[in-house]
Design a protein around this ligand. Structure first.
Ligand code: FAD
Length: 435
C-alpha cells in the first residue's frame, strides 16, 4: 500500500488539471489514458490535426481569459464565429430563429405567424407557467413554424429522444430567444445583431485544442498516466487501480463519469446505485476527414436539422487554424449522435456520412480523401430527462457526505463548456485550500 496523498484527483481532463493548478495542498492525479486532456485531446493523422470534434473556447469571464492567455501565451487567437444552418437546400446564418431570410416564403410565413401568435396571446399559451417539457418550451418560445422547421427536428436529431422526455433546465443561455422585432429584421435580411453565447471564440494557433491541457503541465505535476481507478473503499478511504496499486486519500476529486464512479464504490446504498443507473446520455460518432482541396468552405461549422443528413453538425477544422491541415488541403469534422434509445449502425455510418457530405455539396465524388479518423465519444451530452435532477442530487449528496467531489462535465453530469469546467475545477480547489 502506498502512502496517501492528501488529495487524489481522478482524471486529467480540463477539470482535473484546473483543480490541481489552483490547489495549494499535496495532490496526485491518476488518469486512465496515456495523455492528459480527456475530451480536449487532438489527434494527428497524415499531417492533419483533429480534435475530438470541434472544441472552441467561448470565454466569458475575464479571469479565464487571463488564465488561457497566461497558459497559451502567443499560441492563441480570437476569431468571430461563422456558423450557419443548412436546410431546404440553402444556408442561413445561425441562429435560425433570427435569420430566416432566403428560406421559401411559405416557411418564413409559418415561422413569423407562429411566433406572432405566441407572443401576442401570452395568456392563452400560459407563458407564465413553467413548461412541462422541452417540446412545450419550444412551442412557447418560438411558436409552431419555428418548432416545425428547425427546433424540433434539430433537437430530436441531436438528443435522440422525443422532446417530451426532456426537461428544460439546460436551455437557459444555450438557445437565443430574439424579440419579434429582431426576428422580423432577420426575415427581411436586415439582421445586424449577433446572438448567443458563442459569438467569438479563442483557439490555439497551432496544435489543436490539446495545446490547452498540455499547457497546464508546466505547473501541474504528479500525474500518473495509464492508471484507471477500478475500486474505491469508502471505509478505508482507499482506491485501487488497474495495475493492482492501492492508494489512500483524505479527499477525493473525481472527474470520471458519475455512474462509473458510483459503480466502482464498494457497498453503495441501493438508492444511490439506482439513481445513478437512471442517468442517460448521448454519444457522438465523430468522423474527421482530410480532403485534397483547399478552401473547401468559408464557414466554421454548419447545423443540419433535416433527417436526410446523418450528421447534426459538420465543421471545418482547417478554418479554425490553417496550421491544422497541410497546404492545399482542407479538413472536416462531422458529428452523428446516438444513444440506447437510438442506436447507430457503426459499420455503415462512415459511408453514409461521406455520401451526405456530397449531397450537401460540401465535397464531390472526385475529391481525394487524404485522412480519415473516427473518434467515438461515448459520453458526449448528459441527457436532461425528468429524472435528471433527482438522480444527480441523490448521487451527489451521497458522495459529498463521503468527502468525494464529483466534478467536470460528466462528474457533475451537466451540459458544461470548457470554461464551465475550468470554473468548477478552480472552485473545488479553493474549497479544499480553505479546509
Ligand atoms: C461533442 C462535444 C463538443 C464540445 N464542444 C465544446 C466547445 O466547442 N466548446 C467548449 O467550451 N466545450 C465543448 N465541449 C465540452 C468540453 O469538452 C468539456 O466541458 C470538457 O472537456 C470536460 O472536461 P472534464 O475534465 O470535465 O472531462 P473529461 O475531458 O472527460 O476528463 C475526464 C478524464 O477522466 C479520465 N477517466 C475516466 N475514467 C477514469 C478512471 N476510472 N480512472 C482514471 N481516469 C479516468 C478520462 O480518461 C478523462 O481524461 C464539447 C464536448 C463534446 C462532447
Amino acid at each position: 500500500m502506498q502512502k496517501s496523498s492528501k488529495i487524489i484527483i481522478l482524471g486529467a481532463g480540463l477539470s482535473g488539471l484546473t483543480c490541481a493548478y489552483y490547489l495549494k495542498k499535496d495532490y496526485s492525479i491518476f488518469e486512465k489514458g496515456s495523455r492528459v486532456g480527456g475530451l480536449c485531446r487532438s489527434e494527428k493523422v497524415n499531417g492533419f490535426t483533429f480534435d475530438h470534434t470541434g472544441h472552441l473556447l467561448h470565454i466569458k469571464r475575464d479571469k479565464n481569459k487571463k488564465l488561457i492567455r497566461e497558459l497559451l501565451e502567443k499560441n492563441l487567437f480570437l476569431q468571430k464565429r461563422k456558423a450557419w444552418i443548412y436546410s431546404k437546400g440553402i444556408y442561413t446564418k445561425y441562429p435560425f430563429q433570427a435569420n430566416i431570410y432566403g428560406l421559401p416564403s411559405k416557411v418564413v410565413k409559418e415561422c413569423i405567424d407562429g411566433l406572432r401568435e405566441i407572443r401576442t396571446n401570452r395568456k392563452r399559451y400560459a407563458v407564465h407557467r413553467k413548461p412541462v417539457d422541452f417540446k412545450e418550451w419550444i412551442y412557447r418560445n418560438f411558436g409552431k413554424g419555428y418548432a416545425k422547421h428547425f427546433m424540433i427536428p434539430y433537437n430530436e436529431k441531436l438528443w435522440t429522444v422525443p422532446l417530451e422526455e426532456m426537461s428544460t433546465e439546460w436551455t437557459r443561455g444555450f438557445i437565443p430567444i430574439p424579440t419579434l422585432k429582431e426576428v422580423l429584421a432577420g426575415a427581411r435580411g436586415r439582421q445586424e445583431k449577433d446572438f448567443g453565447y458563442n459569438i467569438r471564440f479563442y483557439y490555439p494557433l497551432k496544435g489543436g485544442i490539446e495545446e490547452l491541457p498540455q499547457s497546464f503541465l508546466s505547473a501541474v505535476k504528479r500525474i500518473n498516466l495509464n492508471l484507471k481507478a477500478t475500486k474505491i473503499s469508502l471505509k478505508d478511504k482507499k482506491i485501487k487501480f488497474s495495475n493492482g496499486r492501492e492508494i489512500r486519500y483524505q479527499r477525493l476529486v473525481s472527474t470520471i463519469p458519475l455512474p462509473k464512479l458510483i459503480k466502482i464504490i464498494e457497498r453503495i446504498p441501493e438508492k444511490v446505485s439506482k439513481a445513478s443507473k437512471r442517468l442517460r446520455y448521448v454519444s457522438v460518432f465523430n468522423l474527421n476527414l482530410g480532403i485534397k482541396r483547399e478552401n473547401i468552405s468559408d464557414k466554421h461549422w454548419v447545423y443540419f436539422p433535416e433527417k436526410e443528413f446523418s450528421f447534426y453538425r459538420a465543421g471545418f477544422t482547417s478554418n479554425f487554424s490553417s496550421y491544422l491541415a497541410p497546404r492545399g488541403t482542407s479538413s472536416i469534422y462531422t458529428e452523428v449522435s446516438y444513444s440506447k434509445d437510438r442506436p447507430l449502425d457503426k459499420k455503415r455510418i462512415t459511408k453514409k456520412i461521406v455520401k451526405d457530405l456530397i449531397k450537401a455539396g460540401i465535397i464531390t465524388s472526385r475529391d481525394k480523401i487524404l485522412a480519415k479518423l473516427v473518434l467515438d465519444i461515448r459520453y458526449a451530452y448528459p441527457l436532461y430527462d425528468h429524472n435528471y435532477k433527482e438522480s444527480v442530487a441523490t448521487s451527489q449528496r451521497f458522495l459529498r457526505k463521503n468527502n468525494i467531489y464529483s466534478t467536470g462535465r460528466f462528474g457533475s453530469w451537466e451540459y458544461l463548456s470548457m470554461e464551465d469546467v475550468i470554473n468548477q475545477g478552480r472552485e473545488i480547489a479553493q474549497q479544499l485550500n480553505g479546509q
